[in-house]
Design a protein around this ligand. Structure first.
Ligand code: PHE
Length: 469
């Protein structure tokens, strides 16, 4: 039996609207900014393979579980978890899964907004033509000067937070779908143009080899963790964004089909971005491991040299801002929904409060690139000796909080939820249904075990145990 609850915050107008909104959440800076630079830092091919495996075996099954929780609970993640746990006779402490997600949402948005601010700034830079005929050194030095200026970063961060809170305060079930419907195809087309351009201008085959040749000797436990963490990050999993969007999903929509569609689109966008960027990295003798500035140092070179580059470049950064915007909205929606449900605040008030808190936390990231770049809060731990506040926030959220949240969701759905319930939500009437059994096996065993093993491996516990024998 499916649940008869409905959400007080509204409902998507159709299944397609949910797919669009969830894709809007998934496709963002993670695909275009983060995927290329972490792939570069982690040596390419083997990292990409682990990432793809994580999407297929952990990401998609957990996404289905998360949508299911949302649609069944129909409230903010905290209240959804509390309600479902009590209905199932489980501990009310499960609501802390919602709290963990809410905290992760704040932490992620705090730095996400700063990077989205870079993209905003680059709309205007590209538009003004400063990149026309720019050299690789020129693009790097423009970027270097930009992030060295805390006032500029702060201004763009502020603008992005205001934009995000503006939409959130008006409610996300209206409007978002329209924006994404236009934006996603446009982003696709533009990425394909860029890949086409990279084929001519760049060292295309070297870029492709870098992305797809699997050299496992370059893979460390930490890069496996990064690949897994990124699978969660890029699919917006483990913190309640997909849960809250699932709570607005009409009853008759297929959870499996929608989840797979969203994951596929997200993966294609990331791979296209990689295929556009790495050929250029090699053609311009840039360092694949250049870090968070990678796309801001490579793409301007293309736009500076292609016909109508100023136009395409401006359009590209506008689309990137939109992609980031639709993701940012989903990062804060669980919090706003909770403030409305439990505190009775208006959406405007809730969004304002959440916005102010995130803005303040964003200062940590703003300063990580300039006046605070020498602050290494965990310098006493060898592994984090060089990590700035931004690096730590990113590590804590993507590599720890999201996989942990996803692990708990998988346990809840796989082990505690009745089979009848998950079958009803997936609209399956036969215990022996192959798809259902595969999914259940993945959420029950593979996804949780994979997360646990990677966690243990990174902390060195597995090595320590192995040395006992
Ligand atoms: N998936 C988004 C991206 O790739 C980021 C995100 C993470 C959004 C977690 C919501 C929740 O940019």
């Amino acid at each position: 039996m499916t649940s008869s609850r409905s959400s007080i915050h509204g409902e998507w107008s159709s299944r397609l609207a949910f797919v669009l909104a969830a894709t809007g959440s998934a496709v963002g800076l993670g695909n275009i900014w983060k995927f290329p630079y972490i792939t570069g830092e982690n040596g390419g091919g083997a990292f990409v393979l682990v990432y793809l495996l994580c999407i297929a075996c952990i990401g998609i099954p957990i996404m289905m579980a998360e949508v299911m929780l949302g649609r069944r609970g129909r409230q903010s993640p905290i209240n959804t978890m509390r309600t479902l746990a009590s209905e199932m006779g489980q501990s009310r402490y499960w609501c802390y899964l919602g709290w963990l997600g809410m905290l992760a949402g704040f932490l992620i948005l705090s730095y996400y907004s700063v990077i989205a601010g870079w993209a905003l700034a680059y709309v205007f830079r590209t538009g003004s033509g400063v990149f026309v005929n720019v050299t690789a050194d020129g693009a790097a030095s423009i970027f270097g000067r930009f992030i060295a200026d805390p006032e500029k970063l702060l201004a763009w961060h502020t603008l992005f937070i205001v934009m995000t809170m503006f939409v959130v305060s008006r409610g996300v079930t209206q409007g978002l779908e329209k924006a994404v419907r236009l934006l996603m195809p446009a982003l696709f087309v533009l990425l394909i143009i860029l890949v086409g351009y990279a084929m001519n201008l760049g060292e295309f085959s070297q870029g492709i080899h870098f992305l797809f040749d699997f050299d496992f000797s370059r893979l460390t436990a930490d890069s496996v963790l990064t690949a897994m963490g990124h699978a969660f990050f890029t699919l917006s999993l483990g913190m309640g964004a997909i849960m809250i969007y699932g709570s607005y999903l009409p009853k008759d929509a297929s959870i499996a089909k929608t989840s797979i569609t969203v994951a596929l689109m997200d993966t294609v966008v990331a791979l296209l971005a990689g295929m556009a960027i790495f050929p250029l990295v090699f053609a311009n003798a840039l360092e694949p491991g250049a870090g968070p500035g990678l796309i801001f140092q490579t793409l301007p070179i293309v736009f500076g040299h292609m016909p109508a580059g100023t136009f395409f470049g401006t359009l590209f950064f506008i689309l990137l801002v939109f992609a980031a915007w639709t993701s940012a909205i989903s990062l804060i929606e669980p919090t706003v929904a909770w403030l409305v449900e439990n505190r009775g605040h208006s959406r405007i008030y809730a969004a304002t409060v959440a916005g102010i808190i995130t803005w303040l936390m964003g200062l940590l990231t703003v300063f990580s690139f300039n006046i605070g770049e020498d602050i290494k809060p965990l310098a006493f731990i060898a592994k984090f000796a060089d990590s700035t506040m931004f690096d730590l926030l990113d590590y804590l959220t993507s590599n720890i909080m999201l996989p942990l949240g996803g692990l708990l969701m998988a346990i809840f759905v796989g082990w505690l939820m009745k089979k009848e319930t998950s079958m009803a939500e997936l609209d399956i009437h036969d215990h022996l249904h192959v798809g259902y059994r595969v999914w259940l096996f993945l959420v029950k065993f593979i996804a949780p075990l994979a997360v646990i093993i990677v966690f243990l491996e990174v902390t060195g516990i597995i090595d320590a145990l192995a040395s006992l024998f």
